[in-house]
Ligand binder design. Sequence first.
Ligand code: OAD
Length: 270
Amino acid sequence: QVLEARNIDAVAKYIQEKNVRHIVVMVGAGISTSAGIPDFRSPGTGIYDNLAHLDLPDAEDVFDIGFFRNNPRPFYALARELYPGKFRPTVAHCFIKLLHDKGRLLKHFTQNIDCLERQAGLPGEMIIEAHGSFASQHCIDCKAQFPDELIKKAVQTGEVPRCLECKGFVKPDIVFFGEALPEEFFLNRHLPEDADLCIVMGTSLSVQPFASLPGFCKDGVPRVLINMERVGGMGSRPDDVLLLGDCDAGVRKFAKALGWLEELEALWEK
Ligand code: OAD
């Protein structure tokens, strides 16, 4: 065992004494719920429990490419609620930015499509958007790009945008079930092997291949889970530390142990 104890103070001590500089962070929708964006699978509040009005055979169909081809309407009914622009980064997002400012972040892997990491000031080259983002959009038939202004307008009105070239349906470049992840994910997925610490936050680790990332960390590399519930085998290794509960509270505890709490609050209040 590398850590003196399986708690966050021991992780903070490890970071400082070993001068840890290659932290990989892996996140999901749970880091954005306090910003007002629902996650997917939390019972009652998650998106998949609240799609009854869309009359889908299966809730995950809303993000299924085969389903979208036949009927893109349910996705666009939901897109209005999820579209970036009206949300503010959370304390958890600011903690990731702080890790970067301190020169300790190797890479940030996100499943989120809300772009809040960028909004928190984390540079684009530090972020692997494993499930794409709303930053661009293409026709699903001829693959032509589609203008930003026009998709924004379509999302606001709930209309399905049509390709200007071939009239095919236009889809934001977020990864649907049945689609490949972006190339940058595959180019960087080995990075957890080089990490000296891994932090997993706000994800149920239930969607592959993202869910397998923490498993690529070498034995003896501490892994911290900050999440409402225990997920994906986290806690199974001797140097795993679990901070179960709200992730904003968890990162505040982590920052306090590192002596960074004031800086974290200052970043968040900016
Ligand atoms: P999920 O909804 O599956 O999981 C969110 C996790 O965060 C759960 O374990 C919650 O308990 C936890 N959580 C929620 N709020 C929290 C909070 N304030 N503090 C701490 N933990 C909290 O979301 P993801 O794991 O991101 O993919 O889902 C993965 C993928 O499934 C998504 O990217 C999306 C979805 O289908 C696609 O659409 C392709």
